[in-house]
Design a protein around this ligand. Structure first.
Ligand code: OGA
Ligand code: NI
Length: 363
């Protein structure tokens, strides 16, 4: 059966491939597993989107911060500097048990191992809720070139809703990972807020900083031509903070100075933290939401599991009053968070352009 499909796909029109991947729930994982020899042309990205050896800064790296030392004020300072300068860092000794991380990785593999007919139930057309979505690439309708990635995206509303709607093969492990990472997220937000003169996180601020959560299970299958495509194109996240668990394959790159990129090496047991656009806006640009992307691998399947800590969709976000108290001019205007997110998904990944939506234009 796989062999016939392979012959069929290798000689197929791009419409047939699109149907196979997008409509039938096979994803790019399905394409990869039938042993496709050449990357279909709709996945070929412009050359400038590919990070070749020449564009990598080998000597540079983002900070790795030991959270067990966070009571030391100098370590707090390291966190703030990392969020200001790099927008990215890794944390170790963060308090989320290693089994919880291992279990959610295993659960991710279990979900993607389900037959296409099962995963297909969560495609946009069939999913019983907008809060559970299986898909491929990023915004296929808006993209000139597709991305080599499948995903399951889960918007968290409550444990009760999750227990009804989320796929049972991964639900408990994902919820556990979300619950257990909560403490370290709060701790990081506290440290980052203190530096903005936000000393009290009241209910309104709590909603703005961490009022909603989305968790994605990302699957980047082995790619026949990794030098021609991307796993995720250049983008910044629209979150307040993102917590990302990656496996040991590697392939995540962060923009460094100028036109160079920095690899985020897998560190066993660590979590990658990055600033998203919402925090850049609320901090009036103090904390940076830095562009990043994922390259594909020619010999290994890769998974990653980001938790996007977001404002609530109904929140209006703008620079915090405390940040502007000293007379600093607002760089961003007030925007409804759900409008901001809609703007992000309406277009293909395009680097740092999403944030222009909230920029104040001065004449
Ligand atoms: C994302 C992202 C990086 C990765 O999902 O927004 O940047 O390593 N993921 O998968
Ligand atoms: Ni991202």
């Amino acid at each position: 059966m796989a062999q016939t499909t392979a012959v069929f796909i290798n000689h197929s029109s791009s419409d047939a491939i699109t149907d196979f991947v997008l409509k039938h729930g096979n994803g790019v994982k399905g394409l990869s597993e039938i042993g496709l020899k050449n990357l279909p042309k709709q996945y070929i990205q412009p050359l400038e989107e590919i990070i070749s050896e020449a564009k990598i800064m080998p000597q540079a790296s983002i900070p790795i911060i030991d959270m067990s030392e966070l009571d030391d004020p100098s370590v707090e300072e390291v966190v703030r500097r990392a969020a200001e300068k790099w927008g990215f860092f890794q944390i170790i000794n963060h308090g989320v048990p290693i089994e919880v991380l291992e279990n959610v990785k295993e659960a991710t593999h279990r979900f993607f191992r389900l037959p296409a007919e099962e995963k297909r139930k969560y495609l946009k057309e069939f999913s019983p809720s907008n809060n559970v979505r299986f898909g491929t690439s990023f915004s296929p309708e808006a993209e000139k070139a597709l991305e080599w990635k499948d995903y399951l995206s889960l918007f968290y509303v409550s444990e009760d809703e999750a227990s009804v709607l989320w796929p049972s093969v991964c639900r408990d492990q994902v919820l556990d990972y979300m619950r257990r990472s909560e403490i370290v997220i709060r701790r990081l937000l506290d440290v980052l807020m203190k530096n903005l003169k936000v000393t009290e996180i009241d209910e309104t601020k709590e909603s703005l900083l961490m009022g909603s959560k989305r968790i994605n299970l990302n699957y980047y299958p082995i790619c026949p031509n990794p030098e021609l495509t991307v796993g995720i194109g250049r983008h910044s996240d629209v979150s307040t903070l993102t917590v990302l668990l990656q496996d040991d394959v590697g392939g995540l790159y962060v923009r460094g100075d100028d036109d160079y990129w920095i690899h985020v090496p897998p560190v066993n047991g660590s979590l990658v933290i990055n600033v998203g656009d919402a925090l850049q806006i609320m901090s009036n640009g103090r904390y940076k939401s830095v562009e990043h992307c994922v390259m594909t691998d020619g010999s290994k399947n890769r998974i990653s599991i980001p938790i996007f800590i977001n404002p609530r969709p109904s929140d209006k976000i703008s620079p915090f009053r405390e940040v502007l108290a000293s007379g600093e001019k607002a760089v961003y205007k007030e925007v409804l968070y759900s409008d901001y997110v809609k703007h992000f998904f309406r277009k293909a990944h395009d680097g740092k352009k999403t944030i222009d939506f909230a920029k104040i234009r001065r004449i």
